[in-house]
Design a protein around this ligand. Sequence first.
Ligand SMILES: [Zn+2]
Length: 176
Amino acid sequence: MREITEIFIHCSATKPQWMYQSTADQKAAEIRRWHVEENGWKDIGYHFIIDRDGDVVRGRPIERAGAHVKNHNAKSIGICLIGGWGGAATDQFEEHFTKLQEEALLKLLDDLTPKFPDAKIRGHNEVANKGCPCFTVSEFIDDRRTKETKDVQEGSSNTASLITSIINLLVGLLRK
Ligand SMILES: [Zn+2]
């Protein structure tokens, strides 16, 4: 396996309803066609494609360098979210993508991170003067991680308050 130092998030820059009756595989095949027939590349440039319903399709095998960020392809993995038409680098994730895509992306990153612990997760717009993927990846990741931590803390305090209620109930029963 080649060394991976970066995982890049991209968007397909297509409208939300683009090929809406097609499967994720068919959409990935269309992107592959753009990259092979129109760009003259060997294969689709991305390693993963995330459809609007959260379906994840594999593109180019991760063992092979992709074609998605100029000067960064050799040591990176490219993930493409379907959507992001006409967006800007400063937009919010939810302006362009679905909740199911958010869940699928976070799950995919959770799968990849242990395999490539040194890889930095970045947006295409961090290294190129582009809108892609139409949100700020670092902010998105920080925000979701904070939310997860908060959920865990709230979960434990709920358990604590449940235990307190049970103890109070038992104490109440003993007093009777
Ligand atoms: Zn991109």
